[in-house]
Design a protein around this ligand. Structure first.
Ligand code: NDP
Length: 453
């Protein structure tokens, strides 16, 4: 046992920090965690969890419409009450905060409320205490970033949008990433007149081109008004809400503007600058394969260290970190390349592996199997929603190197497909798999003819 107060001092009780703290404690380490906001971090409080709850709420809009073709008549027109959703969400998140506190407590981890400041390679100061630790883990996550333009003080970010006092009948989202398309879909589904403003020519940069185009068309069908190739020039508060002037010259009047323009490492006031800890070009903390920064006793993981900003990545990194520093044998390196992800726009996107363009660049000869179809449910619902499924195969090896879907529950479907892609299975393996009928997902094992090479 070391002479330090703790073997591991974790700064930040988000997904990665809590997982690292609990797992290290289970491996016998003496662990403390400092947290200055809420237990569970972004994911639990202002990210994945409330977002998915609001996405469920928004889906009812379509469900009410769809039900008529199946024989249902609603006694009266459905009405949406923002405060019910918001307040139920608040109670649920409180419950989850409590669960996180119990998890730490049961693991024997000391929880300290306050923003910790790193004083040197082995000391932190928090809530008036100076504590020593053999290793300090920085797991403070990210923070929304808002571009500079006149009137940007009128925008909200994903930190505030869940708790708006009044429901925005007219809603505008700036950005073209995950958060922008998800919240455009959510507020559109909840009944807002919704605009999405994106500076580039097509949103979701980095995703498969066909997925991006298909998603644009589906969101358009659902009523989201997308404006590409433009940006916000200024926002003025007027008598009728917020007047948003776009660089295209267009003016829109709305009740709320969400800036979903990316997140930055939440490093303010941590004291790491005075220690000269090395940063990546995007100002995240640079770490090696053992999650050590340039000061080896200071570790970092999750959003603050610049990897894919996804909760399951932070969790996986936490498990790896603990194995490296408190386990008997070092783990095999994490495979960052074939991490499946979902975007909870409506309809959802699920994706794993390479896009068609990236696969073509890497392998040269590829086969693309794709289909888009009207799901069985919508033959009676009358909805025009369609579903896209796509497999990308390296022609030489027959290995499936990418799988993409836009459609209902795409995340649920792609999670299973991700195991096959991660395992390096071939198209022949997919073909040899007998489908489940009648599902949409069976298309992934019945695609026989390449759409293009
Ligand atoms: P992203 O980095 O995904 O997207 C930021 C968007 O803002 C991009 O479209 C970018 O445009 C645009 N942008 C950047 N700067 C400006 C500017 N100055 N003016 C106008 N537009 C600008 O960030 P998000 O905020 O959407 O999400 C952060 C991260 O959180 C995601 O990358 C993701 O990893 C994670 N996340 C994951 C979710 C999930 O798993 N379902 C859900 C939500 C978030 P351009 O493309 O041109 O650079």
């Amino acid at each position: 046992m070391s002479d330090f107060d703790y073997d591991l001092f974790v700064i930040g009780a988000g997904s990665g920090g809590v997982r690292a703290a609990r797992t290290a404690a289970a491996a016998g380490a003496r662990v403390a965690v400092a947290e200055d906001r809420y237990l569970g971090g972004t994911c639990v409080n202002v990210g994945c969890v409330p977002k998915k709850l609001y996405s469920y709420a928004a889906h009812f809009h379509d469900a009410f419409d769809d039900s008529a073709g199946f024989g249902w008549t609603l006694a009266e027109a459905p009405r949406f009450e923002w405060t019910t959703l918001r307040d139920n969400k608040v109670s649920e998140i409180k419950r989850l905060n409590g669960i996180y506190a119990n998890l730490l407590d049961n693991a024997g981890v000391r929880l300290i409320h306050g923003r910790a400041r790193v004083q040197d390679a082995h000391h932190v100061e928090v809530a008036g205490e100076r504590l020593s630790a053999e290793k300090i883990l920085v797991a403070v996550g990210g923070w929304p970033w808002v571009p500079d333009f006149p009137g940007n003080e009128h925008v909200v970010t994903s930190n505030e949008v869940f708790d708006l006092e009044h429901f925005p009948e007219r809603f505008l989202v700036l950005g073209g990433g995950y958060i922008a398309v998800e919240f455009a879909s959510i507020f559109n589904g909840l009944g807002s007149d919704t605009h999405l403003i994106y500076r580039g020519e097509l949103f979701l940069r980095g995703f498969d081109q066909e997925v991006r185009e298909f998603t644009r068309d589906e969101m358009d069908k659902k009523g989201v008004q997308v404006h590409f190739g433009t940006n916000i020039e200024r926002i003025d508060r007027g008598e009728n809400g917020l007047a948003v002037t776009l660089t295209s010259g267009e003016r829109l009047e709305v009740d709320a503007v969400l800036a979903a323009t990316g997140r930055r490492p939440n490093l303010a006031d941590l004291g790491l600058d005075t220690l000269g800890v090395a940063l990546n070009s995007d100002s995240s903390l640079a770490v090696n394969a053992r999650f050590e920064t340039s000061v080896p006793s200071i570790l970092a993981l999750g959003d603050v260290s610049g990897g894919p900003e996804l909760t399951p990545v932070a969790l996986a990194e936490a498990m790896q970190l603990v194995q490296h520093h408190f386990g008997d044998t070092p783990p095999p390196p994490l495979d960052y390349e074939r991490i499946a992800t979902a975007v909870f726009c409506h309809p959802n996107i699920g994706t794993v592996g390479l896009s068609e363009d990236a696969a073509r660049e890497r392998y040269g000869a590829i086969r693309v199997y794709r289909t888009d179809f009207r799901p069985l449910k919508h033959t009676l619902s009358g909805s025009q929603e369609r579903c896209l499924m796509k497999l990308i195969v390296d022609d030489a090896s027959d290995v499936v190197v990418g799988a993409h879907m836009v459609g209902e529950e795409a995340g649920e479907v792609i999670q299973g497909i991700a195991i096959a892609v991660r395992a390096g299975l071939t198209k022949a393996d997919f073909d040899a798999t007998v489908g489940i009928h009648p599902t949409g997902a069976e298309e992934f094992v019945t695609l026989r003819t390449p759409s293009r090479h």
